[in-house]
Design a protein around this ligand. Sequence first.
Ligand code: 5GP
Ligand code: MG
Length: 219
Amino acid sequence: MRGSKPNVPLTNTTRVPTRWRGEVERVLIPRSEIARRLRVMASEIQRDHQENELVVVSLLNGTVMFLADLVRHLSLPLRLDFIGVSSYRANTESGELVFTKELRLDVRGRDVLLVDDILDTGKTISSVLEKLSKLSPRRINVCVLLDKPSRRVRPVQADYIGFEIPDVFVVGYGLDYAERYRNLPFVGVLQPHVYKELHVSAIPESTSGPEPLPSPAGL
Ligand code: 5GP
Ligand code: MG
């Protein structure tokens, strides 16, 4: 189960919808492909979690769309909770993580599915895993929509991966740039002028934006 095969390669041929052309350079993963992949991921998760009630722990805010679409395909008894985590990479070199919302449910002895939008350096997931492990769950599996293995600095692997992507900064389907673009229905790459025009002063402190702003990582 560890390192479930992501859905690669990406076809990358979808045209950017007219209304987003000014902001999005290209569609990396179209909504139809996301939907198809989520059904497969959900069936894998379901297969692996037949025995014990699951606690799904999702990291805010980037997982909103992914989580909502994923859990509606899970025909399993489960409980849902959230951890708020922000990386203050816009303002500090360290990429220090700040927890903005703590877990409410008791996960002791439970099976936990930790859901995040993207696994990049691995700092976020490894910090959250460390925190969750102290609560003595029975097991923790990690599920991410996107994986950028080339950026990893911590030895973290996900058990369920939607798509492995190259080192580009992506937005949409919940992922933001300076809190914008979460509502795009697909995963896309921004037009360079967007991050050149956005000034750091206009960006909220808690953004989990690329480092350093305003130039996205990997570009
Ligand atoms: P890590 O701690 O693994 O370096 O980064 C995880 C977090 O950084 C993700 O939850 C996400 O908030 C942010 N992140 C990393 N790469 C990207 C990206 O390409 N696009 C966006 N929008 N956020 C990213
Ligand atoms: Mg995030």
